[in-house]
Design a protein. Structure first.
Length: 68
């Protein structure tokens, strides 16, 4: 079995729909430029109110395996 090395990044996903969609947006966007995504952790949930409507922000820590 080979040893693996991982890197961790923090990204913030946003959504006007809900928190789950904000997480999906963060992961989807990260996957466009980073490969070997392995896991994620929600670090923080916050939001803003625009014209009486919520806008969700989710800080997501994503781990990915570095190429050998």
């Amino acid at each position: 079995m080979s040893d693996h090395v991982y890197k961790v990044i923090d990204v913030v996903g946003t959504s006007d729909v809900n928190i789950h969609e904000a997480v999906r947006n963060a992961i989807h966007r990260a996957s466009k430029t980073i490969h070997n995504l392995q896991w994620f952790e929600v670090k923080d949930i916050r939001g803003a109110i625009h014209n009486g409507e919520p806008h969700f922000q989710v800080e997501v820590r994503i781990g990915f395996r570095l190429d050998a």
